[in-house]
Design a protein around this ligand. Structure first.
Ligand code: SF4
Length: 546
């Protein structure tokens, strides 16, 4: 058994060293994790050395993170082409790793590739001939190698996950406290989160009980697909439905996807969406519900605002349409006297088209994206390269900028560095005024449910940093949420000045939800409000304090 020294735990989610919040004691409902200063020392045995080095890797990470997208299919006929293209349609959700597994007459076949510098299709196309099967799962993710193949008392199965496990270390500690063993599928970030999920599943007598256990203990979220050695696919949506999982069908069988975009050109029609925490078994003949949906839902609003593909629908609401309506609402509340309206490619464009439509001001493109060599949303891990690439992708068209007053829409402002650079480029090319309109409210809280780069690192958020400049490191962040409040106004004005903008207006939460058409209690708005459905109001709750 490990001897734990200084078992200090601190603040929820991935807060940095200057975060002053206290830990919420609620184990299940908050993203509490061990701080990087926690020390675990296992006895100096061979086993202990392995575990100590594993935790060393954890100390360099902020929990285990992974954003991505998956696709699964079960068919009466060969499914490989559908699996290949269905997975490919998730390329905008992950950037570094991709894999597919099929189950056929010869058992399982799986491949995983690094796609950091190549598109999914170019890496997998040549090997497609080696795949034969009528059931399969595929995934594109940011960090981890998957699908992984597991053999346990549940049989042999392949598994892919889209997850954020805020309490990965705690769960690992718990697993090793009840049994000896090891994790094999490590990644550059340490333990492979999908393997940890499978280890939790395998602690339970049945697969379904294992999946229920994952829903109970993972702090963050976990949606997954399992490919069984009976040629079935089990699909599970995360406990609060933060990520969508949608079922489609055609004449030959059924598919599960995170993006309905994948169905359109593959001949599937949307059959139904899984509810929060729902588990189904898919065969070529249909779906069987293994676990009913839970009543509480908090789907991530950012799927519509930023990272969803325009042609996709979640909860029956199309991404492009929501963005268009959102831009219209923004124009009603925050009009600007300008010559042209534009949107930061790609996710700002539909918001800007709605803004242009509402105001009657023409939409133009003072920047165009150089798509031949920048076809996908490549995001290198370090910030300076990310910024460089963001700038290199966009080419200015001075004829549309010179002497113009411009209203520009973007999905959100994270650090503000890219926006400041773009503003300078517009002014350098002769823009006389730049009025920024942001499609969502200021990001004040780091996401603790998904590995979402737009709001993952709380200390980097320009809105939060600005609030702390105004009120000091102990600033009560909740005071800055109200768009009609004086603190909010001061914060926005400071950001405007820092970014060198003529005017700056953020979308309001109520207007954003009006454009979306879902009630506040059914969507996650934590990164703007600090409040979440998973919060049960514990005494030390960060929701209440901030
Ligand atoms: S905190 Fe923000 S990014 Fe995270 S799930 Fe909620 S809405 Fe999405």
């Amino acid at each position: 058994m490990p001897e734990r020294k200084k078992p200090s735990r601190r603040g929820p989610n991935r807060a940095g060293p200057d975060d002053n919040r206290v830990e919420c004691p609620c184990i299940v409902t908050h993203g509490v994790q061990y701080s990087t200063t926690t020390e675990f020392v296992f006895p100096d045995t061979e086993f202990g050395i392995i575990i100590n080095s594993l935790f060393k890797v954890f100390q360099n990470a902020r929990g285990i993170e992974d954003m991505g997208g998956f696709f699964g299919v079960v068919s009466k006929n060969e499914c490989v082409n559908d699996l290949f293209y269905g997975t490919d349609y998730h390329s905008h959700l992950g950037t570094r790793r991709a894999g597919m597994a099929v189950y056929g007459d010869n058992g399982f076949r799986r491949i995983i590739h690094d796609i950091s510098n190549a598109q999914f299709r170019s890496k997998f196309e040549e090997e497609l001939g080696e795949f034969r099967g009528r059931a399969g799962i595929g995934v594109i993710s940011d960090y981890e190698d998957q699908p992984i193949l597991i053999t346990s008392h549940h049989g042999t199965y392949g598994i892919v996950t889209v997850s954020f496990i805020g309490n990965a270390r705690e769960l690992t500690d718990e697993l090793f406290s009840v049994r000896r063993g090891h994790f094999a599928a490590t990644t550059g970030m340490g333990l492979n989160p999908t393997e940890l999920i499978s280890a939790i599943i395998d602690t339970q007598p049945t697969l379904l009980e294992g999946l229920m256990r994952v829903q109970e203990v993972v702090k963050g979220s976990c949606s997954l697909l399992i490919l069984t050695d009976k040629g079935e696919v089990i699909a599970m949506r995360d406990r609060y439905g933060r990520t969508p999982v949608i079922l489609g069908r055609n004449a030959d069988g059924y598919a599960a996807t995170m993006e309905t975009t994948a169905f359109a050109n593959l001949g599937y029609s949307t059959y139904r969406e899984l509810g929060p925490g729902e588990v189904v078994r898919l065969t070529a003949a249909g779906d069987e519900i293994l676990a009913l949906p839970r009543p509480e839902m908090a789907i991530c609003t950012f799927f519509w605002i930023y990272f969803g593909f325009p042609s996709s629908k979640y909860e029956g609401i199309n991404v492009e349409e929501m963005r268009y309506k959102n831009g219209m609402e923004l124009a009603k509340r925050s009009p600007a006297d300008v010559d042209i309206v534009t949107g930061v490619p790609d996710s700002g464009v539909a918001h800007a088209l709605g803004y242009s439509h509402q105001t009657g001001i023409p939409y133009k493109r003072p920047f165009v994206k150089y798509t031949p060599t920048w076809p996908r949303s490549f995001m290198p891990p370090d910030q300076s390269r990310r910024q460089l690439i963001a700038n290199k992708k966009l080419i200015a068209i001075p004829d549309f900028i010179q002497g113009k007053r411009i209203a520009c829409l973007d999905d959100s402002i994270v650090r503000g560095t890219q926006l400041r650079d773009q503003a300078h480029r517009l002014y350098d090319n002769g823009a006389t005024e730049l009025h920024m309109r942001v499609a969502c409210p200021p990001l004040l809280y780091g996401c603790k449910f998904l590995n979402f780069s737009r709001s993952s690192s709380e200390t980097e958020l320009i809105a939060r940093r600005t609030a702390q400049e105004i009120d000091g490191p102990d600033a009560k962040i909740a005071d800055y949420v109200d768009p009609d409040g004086e603190k909010h106004r001061q914060m926005v004005e400071r950001i405007r000045r820092r970014l060198g903008l003529t005017s700056l207006a953020y979308q309001r939460l109520d207007d954003m939800l009006k454009a979306l058409g879902l009630p506040e209690g059914r969507v996650c708005t934590y990164c703007w409000t600090g409040k979440d459905v998973s919060c049960k109001g514990c005494a030390d709750c960060p929701c209440a304090k901030n």
